[in-house]
Design a protein around this ligand. Structure first.
Ligand code: TLP
Length: 341
């Protein structure tokens, strides 16, 4: 049975063409800075983002960690969303590795951080407090795209307040495709941006952190300390170069499939679908919490994998076709029909 895996866009398998690119990659020892393919990916990523330099890292988690550690010193803090990946889902890495404290605040429903609320959280210059150094935004945030003018405003705000601005742009290409702009239109507002190759772009591994030479030099040092100095990593970077060329424009298909999926599911009794928030490749669905484990299990038996924390999250990606959408909707109908009412 073909499994339709909607748990995340991280579940994609490399295509034959991507595997060929990996197979043929020219490699060297990247700890010596001698891997030509890694160097090419880093240069290309920096150029696309309009930044001075880039750093290839194994994961988005490590990329965010290196950014926070490179911007902040021990005893300083970063402000981020309560549900931000870099705060909630990264094991408190910045505190563990760097003595950097997070200050979370709630995201607005559209994925922004209200800058008035951020301002209230910036600590006074007083020895009681950690020094607020960094503001982290996320784009896309749960599939929602941050408006360009908001990001411009956040950049001005950060400068005025003496904060650095980091973007967890794990899915920034989804945002750029949705807004029909090059990613530089988004990334130009930030001091550093982390983006993932292993999500919608479909590579098996990898993220890139981009920023100034100085920042990337610091991040490079932290990467080594965190055990992220890889050797013939060009094999992996080649997948990234391939993805940047071939897998960006097609993200629009994932967005269309997510919309169609949300519309299909919204017709089913017993499901509450957040239709308005489906801007890119994520659909959030609320079902009865008590029967949710059974729903997930029955869907799995019918070849549909979904996940989530309380709310179900369905993510479209390279390995999901338009034809899969009605199959998923039908599976939900049948699965819900089997649940006790
Ligand atoms: N997110 C994963 C899970 O960890 C939740 C997913 O399936 O969505 N930033 C954002 C916004 C992310 O969503 C993720 C991964 C990361 C960073 C971390 O990337 P990795 O998994 O490469 O460490």
């Amino acid at each position: 049975m073909k499994m339709i895996d909607l748990r995340s866009d991280t579940v994609t398998k490399p295509t034959e063409a991507m595997r060929q690119a990996m197979l043929n990659a020219e490699v060297g020892d990247d700890v010596y800075g001698e891997d030509p393919t890694v160097n090419r990916l880093q240069e290309q990523a920096a150029e696309m983002a309009g930044k001075e330099a880039g750093l290839f890292v194994p994961t988005g988690t490590q990329s965010n960690l290196l950014a926070i550690l490179s911007h902040c010193q021990r005893g300083e803090e970063f402000i981020a969303g309560q549900q931000a990946h870099c705060y909630r889902y990264e094991g408190g890495g910045a505190a563990v590795f760097g003595g950097v404290q997070p200050q979370p605040i709630d995201f607005e429903v559209d994925g922004r951080l209200d800058l008035h609320k951020v301002a209230e959280m910036i600590k006074p210059d007083d020895s009681h407090f950690a020094i607020t150094r960094l503001l982290c935004l996320e784009n896309t945030q749960s599939g929602k795209v941050l408006p360009l003018d908001y990001q411009a405003e956040a950049a001005v705000f950060a400068r005025e307040k003496g904060l650095k601005l980091h973007l967890d742009g794990a899915r920034v290409f989804n945002a750029a495709v949705k807004q029909k702009v090059p990613i530089s239109e988004i990334t130009r507002h930030y001091d550093s941006v982390s983006f993932c190759l292993s999500k919608g772009l479909g590579t098996p591994v990898g993220s890139v952190l981009v920023g100034s030479y100085e920042l990337i030099e610091r991040a490079h040092r932290w990467r080594k300390m965190a055990g992220g100095g890889m050797r013939q990593a060009g094999i992996l970077a080649a997948a990234g170069i391939y993805a940047l060329k071939h897998h960006v424009v097609r993200l629009a298909e994932d967005h269309q499939n997510a919309k169609a999926l949300a519309e299909g599911l919204s017709t089913i009794d017993g499901l509450d679908v957040e239709l308005d928030t489906v801007e890119t490749n994520m659909v959030f669905v609320t079902s009865d919490l008590e029967t949710q484990p059974q729903l997930i299990e029955t869907l799995k038996e019918r070849g549909v994998l979904v996940g989530g924390y309380g709310q179900l999250r369905l993510v479209t990606h390279h390995d999901i076709d338009a034809e899969d959408v009605p199959v998923v909707v039908e599976a939900f109908k049948i699965a819900l029909g089997t649940l006790p009412s």
